[in-house]
Design a protein around this ligand. Structure first.
Ligand SMILES: [Zn+2]
Length: 332
């Protein structure tokens, strides 16, 4: 009996239990096609499913590594702000939720900023971390974006923002909503300085984040299949009592309706960004810069400099925000 209990049973348990744990550690099931993908293969493929091309969420570290030249970058120091003025408590205290999120992610808040070179161009990249309380925007995120924008100004660098957020952080009440205005001003400063501001919308970009800096890029790129919108589709359906069209709030749908400039596969994202930054940062020929009529001075078909490309997005920005306005009462 002792031989059975001491030796055979643990061995059996090891066999049965072991085989159950292996898929969790080594394999990941694609949420789109349900195929099992080997973790290492998924990592190599930048978390794009090799079977159906579904773009899974990417961690902030992986994101920064894939974008910067040689994966080399420096983290931008962000102000250590926390606003729990309300001493908010739902099922748990906000301070506890924050502490847990910090332990889980190893980050102070839902936004990370880094500076380095992309295609040889000095660039500040701001990436949001959906793992950190749904990437929600509170005071720390607002402050972080301001700091990153100032770093871009200081270094005369391009600013790339990669949102992944459920919207405002409700635990911070109105302070979180105020970040919408602050972040808008932050990116406006970058634009006024004639520096490119590019947004790469990832899954998901919703709520207060989509209603502020995420929709204000000079160029708005999205990853395939990303959900981008203000209020959730279910809330809209309940409000207007109509079923929504197929693919509503998906990147491809937004592209068809002129809300974004392009949908770029993750494998081609870095190259696309290098090309765009190259075009936007191209210095104007000296005779064009001094000419009285800048429009006439730039030859037709010649990519325009950042100063020339800044005004169109300003014209384009208000219509992009319009769809958000009718749903505002329904959103948090
Ligand atoms: Zn798949």
């Amino acid at each position: 009996m002792s031989w059975l209990t001491n030796v055979v049973r643990p061995k059996l348990r090891e066999l049965v239990g072991g085989s159950r744990e292996v898929p969790d550690n080594l394999w990941k099931q694609c949420p789109n096609c349900s195929q099992m993908v080997f973790h290492r293969e998924l990592h190599k493929n930048l978390r794009v499913c090799p079977h159906c091309d579904h773009h899974m969420r990417l961690s902030v570290a992986e994101r920064l590594n894939m974008l910067f030249d040689g994966g080399v970058f420096e983290r931008v120091d962000l102000p250590k702000k926390t606003a729990d003025r309300l001493k908010f408590k739902d099922l748990r205290k906000y301070s506890e939720r924050l502490r847990d999120a910090r332990t889980k992610t190893g980050e102070r808040d839902a936004l990370v900023a880094a500076v380095g070179e992309i295609g040889g161009h000095r660039t500040v990249v701001v990436a949001m971390n959906f793992e950190f309380m749904g990437g929600s925007m509170g005071v720390a995120v607002g402050e972080g974006l301001l700091a990153a924008a100032r770093k871009a100004l200081e270094d005369q660098a391009t600013l790339i923002v990669i949102p992944a957020s459920g919207g405002a952080r409700m635990q911070e009440g109105i302070l979180s909503l105020m970040q919408m205005a602050r972040t808008t001003i932050a990116v406006e400063e970058v634009r006024e300085a004639g520096l490119p501001y590019i947004v790469v919308l990832t899954d998901p970009t919703t709520g207060g984040v989509s209603a502020s800096f995420a929709m204000l890029g000079d160029i708005a790129i999205a990853e395939p299949g990303s959900v981008i919108g203000f209020a959730g589709a279910r809330v809209i359906e309940q409000t207007i009592r109509e079923s929504l069209p197929e693919g509503f709030q998906k990147a491809e749908y937004l592209l068809e309706h002129g809300m974004i400039d392009s949908v770029v596969h993750r494998h081609k994202l870095r190259d696309a960004l290098i090309r765009i930054i190259g075009l936007l940062r191209r210095t104007r020929p000296p005779e064009a810069a001094t000419a009285g009529d800048p429009m006439g001075a730039v030859p037709a078909g010649e990519p325009v400099a950042a100063e020339d490309s800044a005004p169109p997005p300003e014209e384009a920005a208000p219509p992009e925000q319009q769809p958000a306005t009718p749903e505002q009462p329904a959103a948090r």
